[in-house]
Design a protein around this ligand. Structure first.
Ligand SMILES: Nc1ncnc2c1ncn2[C@@H]1O[C@H](COP(=O)(O)OP(=O)(O)OP(=O)(O)O)[C@@H](O)[C@H]1O
Length: 284
């Protein structure tokens, strides 16, 4: 468990968020995640996982509480911190819906991971250096997509698109990766590959990983620690191994079925080790 602020990748303190006049989406969430941890964010639909992730990367402001990333204030009491631009460079985000530009080549999509550290005009005009292109190609190679580098992103399968999104985070050189239901719309084989590659980013490149999932089976298999939400409240923070079906039922009642349904026939031993991934940020 975390001992001091220096080793914290993420510190969330009493974070509350309400959209309009509805029920609060987050109710006083407090948590700490150490650098290098691999954490699953678990919860039924509408429990607040996406809202928490969006608050941690600054896409959403909460009306109360604070978020610190690598010791710096990202937001506090509804205000985004002054260092947000610099902080965002260190945060990679992957969404369920890939967020690639379909008409652009895969390579160009991956290169946009560098846009955050370049002048807008240069990234918009596609003026990437040879070194940057080589780095993007390396990232695509590491995740097995080099042959598709010059295809339009829209021609890739869902799993391939998600892996291209992972390559983009690699090129960005992020230190914290937030993945918001990255496998929710993928078939079991693609789910395995994407989860393996996320795990490799954590294991080999030392990226802190927070991944929101619907399936407790995936959380157990890939993440030593689980943070579980229910209707905006943090109801569990501890080892994933402790999430037995009985305990889940205690936490979630009948909603446990949504999380427990184990329709992902995952056998890690059948899967080749993912390529070693590295994240050296590029000089622009
Ligand atoms: N932009 C928004 N405007 C209004 N309400 C929102 C908005 N985003 C989220 N909510 C509400 O906040 C609550 C939490 O939603 P959130 O998307 O964070 O949950 P989730 O656990 O990620 O759900 P899912 O697994 O279905 O994606 C829900 O009641 C949702 O309707």
């Amino acid at each position: 468990m975390l001992q001091n602020t220096e080793s914290a990748a993420v510190e969330v303190e009493a974070l509350s968020k309400t959209f309009g006049a509805g029920e609060p989406a987050l109710k006083g969430i407090t948590l700490k995640i150490a650098a290098g941890e691999r954490v699953a964010l678990l919860g039924a639909s509408g429990s607040g996982k996406s809202t928490l992730i969006r608050c941690i990367c600054g896409l959403e402001t909460a009306e109360a509480g604070s978020v610190r990333v690598f010791g710096q204030t990202l937001q506090a009491q509804g205000r985004i911190g002054r260092n947000i631009r610099r902080l965002r460079r260190s945060i990679g985000v992957i969404f369920q819906q890939f967020n690639l530009v379909g008409r652009l080549p895969v390579m160009t999509n991956v290169l946009t991971g560098l846009a955050i550290e370049m002048p807008l005009w240069r990234s918009m005009s596609g003026r990437f250096t040879l070194a940057q292109r080589a780095r993007a190609l390396d990232a695509l190679d590491a995740i097995g997509l080099a042959p598709q580098a010059f295809q339009r992103a829209s021609t890739l399968s869902g799993g391939q698109q998600q892996r291209a999104a992972i390559a983009r985070v690699l090129v960005q050189g992020a230190r914290l990766l937030l993945a918001d239901e990255p496998v929710a719309s993928l078939d079991p084989e693609s789910t395995r590959r994407v989860m393996d590659q996320l795990a490799a980013l954590n294991r080999d490149a030392g990226m802190t990983l927070i991944v929101s999932l619907h399936h407790v089976a995936l959380a157990r298999r890939y993440c030593p620690r689980v943070i579980a939400l229910r209707r905006g409240e943090l109801v569990y923070d501890g080892p994933s191994s402790a999430l037995t079906p009985e305990f889940l039922r205690e936490l979630y009642g009948s909603a446990a079925d949504e999380l427990e349904s184990d329709e992902l026939p995952i056998s890690i031993s059948q899967i080749p080790q993912p390529a070693r991934l590295e994240t050296t940020p590029l000089a622009a």
